[in-house]
Every structure is written in C-alpha cells, then in structure tokens.
Design a protein around this ligand. Structure first.
Ligand SMILES: O=P(O)(O)OC[C@H]1O[C@](O)(CO)[C@@H](O)[C@@H]1O
Ligand SMILES: O=C[C@H](O)[C@H](O)COP(=O)(O)O
Length: 950
C-alpha cells in the first residue's frame, strides 16, 4: 500500500505544505488527494513568495486584477493569494464534505507584520475570512503573546484558525486554552461550535536545527569523551521528544470534563499538526519527521519533496506514543547539559516572525515590481545613478528601513520614525490625494460656478505652501477653454503687486486667498488691497463674490472671509503643513478654478501614492529610494540638492525647494535645494551635489542629457525622473513629499516644523508695530554709504569683512564677502525686489558668475517669497551659506488700505527681520541697499561681483 495513504489507518491526516497556481490548475493537487489521501493544504509567506515572486505564473492574474483598476501592492497580493486559496479550498471541498467538516482544509496566514498586534491580527483575519468565503478555510494566526488573545477572539466568532509558529509545550497549553475558551464564548453567545475547526501547528525540524547547533558548540569545547557522547546522543532527538510530550498534553486537554461539555455541543478537538517537517539536516532521514510522529487525531503538513520521499520509502507505524519516557528523559538531559529549550523556543518564535516578514517583504517587492511593469504606461520612472559609497549607504539604510518596518511605521503615523516630537500630527498628506478624490463632486460644482461667472483670471494670494503648488499648476497646465487664467501673487513688493493688477481685468477676476494659518501677513494685506480695488471696480457689496478663501478651520482668515461675504470658504486639513498641502484644497481649489481635470490629476497621482505605499519595501519604493538618496547624500556632505526640471515642468523646482529646505534645514543640519542653475561641466562643481533631473517623456534635450551623463561619469550622484506627461505632476508632488519625510528621518530632524521662519516673523512684526506707532521704521546705521548703495551688517560681520579688506568702496565689501566662501559653501542672493523676467535674468547672471568662478552652489531668491520657503534652511540649516541680501528704494510705494504701513514698509520690515535673524545666528551676511534707479543699481552690483571674482 502507498505509505502515505496508509497514514489514514493510523488516524493521521497528511496535508500538503505547498501551493502554487499552476499546480492546482493542472490538477496536481487533485491527484495527490486521490492517490495519497492528502486532506489539506497549508501556505505561509515563504510559500507564496516562492510561488508568486519567483515565477511568471502570476503575471496574467496580476495583469487581470490591475485591468479592473489599480490597487495597492498589498491588495494586489491579497487578490491573487485569495484566488489561490479559493481554488485549493474548492479542490478540497469534496474531502471536507465527505468527512463532514473534520478535514479538507486550506490555510492562509495573516500578514507576518501583524504578529505582534492583537487588534490588527483580528481585523485582518476577519477580512481574509470574508474575502475567501470558504467554510473549509483556516486562517493562520501565530502563537505569539499578542496572537493568543486574537485566536480566542476569532474562535469565539466562529472563524476556524490554524495556530502557527508554535514551538513550546508551555505555549501549546495556552493555545489550547485560547481555543477552549473561544469555543465557550461562542457557545455562550448562541453560536454553533460544530462549524469551527482548529489545528495547533507545532513546529518540529526548526527545533532540531537550533538545538543541534547549541549541542555542536558544546561538543566542540567539551574535553571529556563521555560528555561528548552524551551531547552527541541528544542531537536530532529533541524536536520529536518535544512533540511527543505535547501530544500527551493534547490527550489530557481534550478529554476532561471541560472538553466533554464542549464536545456534546458539537465541538471538534483542536488537532495537533506537525509543521516544519521537511528534514533540514541532510544527515537525518528525509522522512524522520513523519515516521516518528504518527498517531491518531493528528495532522502532518509536508512539503512536496517530503511527501514524495515518504511515498517512496516511508514506513508508517504508530510511533507517536512510543518511548514517551525516553522523550521526557531526553528533554531533562538537555536541560542538564545546560541547553535551555525554553530560551531556544522563545528565540525561534521571534526569528520565525522575522523570517516570514522577510519573505513577505520579498514577496511584496516582487508584486510591486510586477505592478510597475504592468502599469509601465502610468507611473513616472526614476533611476538612481549613485557612486559606490553613496549606493552602499542607501542600501544599508534601506535594509535597516526594511528590517525595522519603518515605511509601515511611517504610514502608521509613528512619530518615533523621526524625533518623536509631534510628527504624528502632521501626516495628513499621506492620504490627502485619496481624500480629495472623495470631494470631486464639490470641486466640479465649484468649477462650474467659476465658469458660469465668466471669470477671465483667477489669482492666488498666498505664500509658500499656499502659493508654490498652485504656481506649478498654473505653469504646467495650459489655460482651459472657458476657464480663467491662473496667476499667483506672493509678494509685498509694490511694483510686483501693481504688475499683477495690470495683468488682469479686475472686474472679471476671482481672487483665491490662501493661508492655512490665516495669520500670515502677506495674504492678509494682498487681500485687503485687492478687496478694496475690486470693490471700487464692481461695487463694495459685490466684491465678496470675487473672493474665495482656502484656510484651516477656525482661522482668523475664515472669520474675515465670512464677514466679507466671500463666495466660498474651503477648509484645509490641519494635519497637513503648508509645504505638504498641494494635494489638498490648497492645490485643488486653484486647480478646480482653472478648470484642470482633477479626477485625472488625482487618479494619476494615486498610482504613485500606491507605489510609495506602506506595503512596498524600500528597495522597490520610489519615494523611499529618493528619500534615502537625499538623506544619505546629505550625511556625506552632498547636501546641495540640485534640481533641474525640463521646460514642460519648469516651475517644479520652486515648489520642491520649499519642501526640501523648510523640512530639512534646521538644527544646523539639512539639505540646501539649488533650483534654477542650468547644468555645467563637472569641473564647475564641488563634491557637495546631488543632482535630481526631471523631464517629461517626449521632451528631449541632447545637450542637457550629455551634461548629466558627464556628471554621472565624473562620480556625481544623479537621479533621473521621467514623467509620463506633465499631467502626471501630482506623482512627483507625492514622491517628493514622501522622499523629504524619509530624508528628514535619515538626517534625524523633524521635517514638519519651521522654527527659524517663526523667529523672522516675530522680528518683522516688531518692526511693523514700531512703524505703526512712530510712523517710521527704527533707524539703522550703514557700515558704508556710497552714492549708489548703503551697506549693512552686524558688528561681527563688519569686523570680519574689514579684516578681509573691506574699505570705502562697494567693490571692496563684495570682494571681502565673497572671499569668505570655502568649498562646500553656497552663496545665496536674496533680493527684495520685483520678481520679473529682467530681474530674474540679472540675478541668474550674478549667481552663475559666482558658481563658475568659485565652484560653489548658488541660490537666487526673491523676498519675501523665499522667507516662506528656503528661508528656513538659510537661517536654521548648516552654517555653509554666504548671504548677499539686496534691497532697494521703491520707486512707487503702494498703500495698504486700513493701515499706515504700506507694502514698501512691510517689505522693508521683512527684509530687516530676515537679516537680523541671519546675523543673530552668526551667518555670513551682507546687505546691499541700492539707491536710486534699480536697474542701474543692479548693474553696479553685478559689476562689483564680477570684479570681486576676478
Ligand atoms: O498658509 P500660511 O499659513 O499663510 O503659511 C504660508 C507659508 O508660511 C510658512 O509657514 C513659513 O512662513 C510656510 O511653511 C507656509 O507654507
Ligand atoms: O504551516 C506550515 C509551516 O508554515 C511550515 O511547515 C514551516 O516549515 P519550515 O520550517 O520548513 O519553513
């Protein structure tokens, strides 16, 4: 007789510890049921990893699942795993029916990530039970401390459980207790226990592997031959001895009065199942863990090779109750030789959880890869070209992130991923794209209203996070037919306010006043100004109908907007900081007003959100990969994140700049984003750069690509991101948000606060308050006055500059200032002037002159805009900045209705507040105040810089 089949006569059921799609589809499982009497199937994360991850057998199924709609990697895995389990359950169903529910089960394990979480295990087990929808399913739950209450709870709800990762007799007793008390609770609630089944999966071979190793260590150091022989005798004996004693416990636990009470209600005993019965040590018989453990009412689940071996040469006999005393003696002797089985079994549980988590990581990584392949047309690509050291560091940090489940913890909003301060309160952006999708109908209504009103222009009045995202949208998307043109105003420069005013038709303009806090000066004064101007144009009572507000609930701006009868007030999410808010109402309201297809934008975005999900391990997770590259580059001094964006998405860098600088630049650490520097030859740069290049598919620029390739060849780290189209910009918003959060964790800072911006705001407030009472800003004393300019800085900078040769000319001061730069520094031009094409060009030319002559990174920024962006890093980040602040007389100031401080005064106070904080922080800073004609002043400054560099 077939030895496998013969096990039936001993009351033991043989199950198959294996599963794969083709194996079931081709009828191989059916054959084993028919020929060998196989009565069940078990799976585990390693089994699925081998099945799904190491073959192309599932590509079709994954493709078919995705054809019904994109989904997260975890959901995708579950979809195919559930199908496999259903197929196996259906093949085993006749066995289940024939044996009246006493056998014919298939097991599916809950995620190993949840092994230490009772509540999550229960939720997942219930979900899997409902998803598989098969009576002959057993959900596998580990016998960890946290798993035990989950087991009881699930049994009490009538869910059949295969208790897994069981190694110790002591824990086995607790497992049986969980089952019995679960059944009692079920009955007490009127449930029918006859529909519930359970097995306790006692792991065998792993125990021998672990015990043998300790015995071998002792044998190696033992001197006495008798002692060596005693140790040798125990090898390969303990796992079976342990199992035999557990079986004695089983007989006791499922025989007394307590059990009989349950039995009369129809309860089935929780059978012991021998798991881990494939022989690991080649020196032992390949069927030893079947042959020695045969007994009534037990199960043995075996891998295919062990099944084949037993069929070939197995010798069944009723072995389980043989030599039970010897088994006890062996266990005692093990203790006597100083090996603690308890310690080993405890360790084995921990290791087993980690091993399955490792397999699950691999499995989800493989599914993520397959998903990306199937969706190749829909997900932006990213390639990292990192030199060896950086690549190694990224790999090591990635492995640490994987091992410690950090990406899942991040998504679980665990603040200990960062500094443990209050980061958990600032993670709303993780789910904001999905949340915004749910509001599509409202946005569509709003867009309809905007269109119907015939607005020609829509102007966002806001700063930083409230303006830079909308600005990217305004630049990236063409004006939509029938919808207004989208503009952004983020300045207190009088000339810039006027230019904006002249570029729109006030009577047909919609103003979107955006401020999360509601208390930011700029949006408030811009609103006051334009509200009055619109009132003058359309009538004061109708002005409100030209305004909407986006602000967090309860802000002062909400109050103002309500009183002024704004057409709409949209609420932001208080758990999202400004720079992470583009995929929230702060980006979506302007986008809707401009008629951008939000459904498409968010759908495209969601593909990246899923790619960066908690279930995608670091290696395959594009956001984590970018963040690790940024963070690790920062740790090795490559802290100038140089962003180049192609024409179609040219404004992206201005948004990313705020995100990276304000998030990471603090506590003397951080990354300095460099936006707007065109690429140059490798010799132009120091060793402090990380290049991130973004372009859309279809755009090509051979000269730019050649420069990038040369940088890579020269050993600079280069990240290349290719967007499927400009419409996919939302994917980059999300990728960069996640990457910045990850980089923040690597750098060891809180990426969600901006302490140094607040300091500058306080100084500015003090200065404007002084103006409101006295009518002038407090006087200041220039370090030098010339016909064209006044120079200001604090005493310590003055002393340093004089020592470096600053004397009676502008040129000498600029020269002394630039002479203070060292390799690894950056030079930032901070100009409080109108941000227009001509001024952008002028600053560009100055910065590039510095870069090319000094091989330094450069920034060209406009105030007060940058105060709400890179300003944080300049003040709070690494002390590697050399700052040249540029201020000027305003040719024509502009009054702010209702207050004495004009736009010009506010701008001047902002510049001074900014500068004071820079010098207070000991930064190398010099302020040049240009007098008279601005164009001429900028020219003489440009000349001074060039002369200084020569
Ligand atoms: O939306 P709010 O509250 O007006 O803030 C605008 C910007 O100001 C900052 O708080 C910095 O000053 C940024 O973080 C923010 O994006
Ligand atoms: O339920 C089955 C177990 O997951 C399996 O038997 C473990 O076997 P292993 O120790 O060979 O990995």
């Amino acid at each position: 007789m077939n030895p496998v089949k013969a096990l039936e006569q001993h009351g033991q059921a043989i199950w198959l510890d294996f599963l794969a799609r083709g194996f079931i589809a081709k009828g191989d499982l059916t054959k084993l049921i028919d020929a060998d009497g196989v009565k069940g199937v078990t799976s585990n994360p390693s089994i699925f990893e081998k099945a799904i991850g190491s073959s192309d057998e599932y590509d079709g199924a994954i493709g078919a699942a995705l054809a019904q709609g994109d989904r997260s990697v975890g959901e995708l895995y579950e979809a195919v795993a559930v199908e496999d389990i259903q197929h196996a359950a259906d093949v085993l169903r006749p066995t289940y029916d024939k044996l009246e529910g006493r056998d014919g089960f298939v097991s599916l394990e809950v995620s190993p990530y949840l092994a230490l979480d009772t509540k999550a295990t229960i939720v997942e087990a219930e979900r899997l039970w409902a998803a598989v929808k098969r009576e002959n399913l057993m959900v596998k739950v580990p016998a960890t401390r946290q798993g035990l209450p989950a087991i009881k709870q699930l049994i009490s709800k009538g869910i059949s459980v295969n208790v897994t990762l069981l190694f110790s007799q002591k824990v086995y007793v607790e497992v049986a207790e969980a089952y019995l008390s679960g059944l009692e609770a079920l009955i007490a609630n009127g449930g029918d226990p006859s529909h519930v089944a359970s097995v306790a999966s006692f792991f065998v071979s792993r125990i021998d592997s672990a015990v043998d190793k300790e015995l071998d260590d002792k044998i190696a150091t033992a001197n006495d031959p008798a002692e060596k022989a005693r140790l040798e005798k125990l090898k390969g004996k303990i796992a079976i001895a342990n199992a035999k004693i557990a079986y004695q416990d089983y007989k006791r636990l499922f025989s007394g009065d307590r059990w009989k009470k349950l039995q009369v209600c129809g309860a089935k005993p929780q059978r012991l199942l021998w798991a881990s019965t494939g022989t690991k040590n080649k020196a032992y018989s390949d069927v030893v863990y079947i042959e020695e453990l045969i007994g009534p009412d037990t199960v043995n689940t075996v891998p295919p090779a062990t099944l084949d071996a037993f069929r070939d040469h197995g010798k069944p006999r009723a072995s389980l109750e043989e030599h039970v005393d010897d088994a006890r003696a062996a266990l005692k002797d093990l203790a006597n030789v100083g090996v603690s089985l308890d310690a080993i079994t405890d360790r084995l549980v921990t290791e087993a959880v980690q091993l399955f988590a490792d397999s699950f990581d691999k499995l989800l990584g493989a599914v993520a890869f397959k998903r990306e392949t199937v969706l190749a047309g829909g997900i932006d690509t990213q390639k990292l070209a990192l030199a060896d050291d950086l690549a190694k560091s990224v790999k090591e940090h990635g492995e640490d992130w994987r091992n410690t489940g950090k990406i899942r913890r991040l998504w679980d909003r665990d603040k200990s991923v960062w500094t443990g301060t209050d980061e958990d309160k600032w993670l709303g952006w993780l789910t904001s794209a999905a949340a915004e999708k749910a509001k599509l109908a409202d946005y569509t209504e709003f867009a309809k209203w905007v269109k119907a009103r015939g607005f020609t222009d829509a102007v966002v009045l806001g700063m930083g996070g409230s303006s830079l995202g909308p600005e990217v949208l305004a630049h990236t998307f063409a004006q939509q037919p029938g919808f207004p043109k989208l503009h952004v105003l983020d300045s207190t420069d009088p000339a810039q306010v006027r230019t904006l005013e002249h570029s729109v038709t006030l009577g047909t303009t919609l103003f979107i006043v955006s401020s999360k806090s509601g208390g930011t000066t700029e949006p408030n004064v811009m609103k006051d100004y334009f509200f009055a101007r619109v009132g003058e144009t359309v009538g004061a009572d109708k002005a409100g109908q030209h305004f909407v507000a986006v602000t967090d609930p309860g802000s002062s701006m909400e109050k103002v907007a309500t009183e002024a009868k704004f057409a709409r007030i949209f609420h932001g999410d208080p758990t999202i900081g400004g720079r992470y808010s583009v995929l929230s109402p702060f980006g979506m309201v302007p986008a809707a007003a401009a008629g951008i297809d939000l459904g498409q934008l968010l759908d495209l975005t969601m593909a990246m959100v899923r790619s960066c999900g908690p279930d995608v391990p670091p290696q395959e997770n594009p956001g984590v990969q970018l963040g690790l590259a940024m963070g690790c580059a920062g740790l090795e001094g490559r802290d100038k994140v140089t962003i180049t964006s192609s024409k179609a998405i040219a404004d992206f860098g201005a948004w990313a700049e705020q995100l990276i600088a304000e998030s990471t630049g603090k506590d003397g650490k951080g990354l300095i984003p460099i936006d707007g520097e065109p690429l140059a030859a490798p010799s132009t740069y120091g060793n402090d750069r990380l290049f991130i290049d973004l372009r859309t598919d279809g755009e090509s620029d051979a000269a730019h690509d050649a420069k990038l390739a040369a940088l890579e060849d020269a050993g600079h780290p280069v990240v290349r991101i290719v967007l499927k189209s400009a419409d996919a910009i939302g994917q980059e918003f999300f990728r960069f948000e996640l990457a910045t959060a990850v980089a923040g964790a690597i750098l060891g800072i809180n990426p969600f606060n901006q302490p140094d911006v607040e300091s500058a705001k306080i100084k500015t407030r003090e200065l404007t308050a002084a103006f409101e009472t006295s009518g002038v800003l407090p006087p200041e004393k220039p370090a030098l006055t010339t016909a064209d300019a006044d120079l200001y800085t604090d005493e310590s900078n003055v002393a340093a500059l004089r020592k470096a040769g600053a004397d009676g000319t502008l040129d000498s001061w600029i020269k002394a200032h630039l002479a203070r730069t060292q390799s690894g520094d950056y030079v930032a031009l901070l100009a409080y002037i109108e941000r227009n094409a001509a001024h952008i060009d002028t600053l560009q030319s100055m910065r590039l002159a510095v870069r090319d002559a000094r091989h330094l990174a450069t920034c060209a920024e406009f105030g007060p805009r940058f105060l709400h962006s890179t300003g944080q890093a300049y003040k709070g980040g690494p002390d590697s900045g050399v700052f040249l602040q540029i201020t000027a007389d305003d040719a024509n100031d502009l009054a702010v209705p209702g207050q004495s401080a004009s736009f010009g005064v506010i701008k001047a106070a902002q510049a001074r507040g900014d500068f004071d904080v820079l010098t207070e922080r000991g930064r190398r800073a010099l302020r040049v105040h240009l007098k008279g004609d601005l164009g001429a002043g900028l020219k003489s400054l440009d000349k001074a810089i060039r002369d200084a560099l020569n």
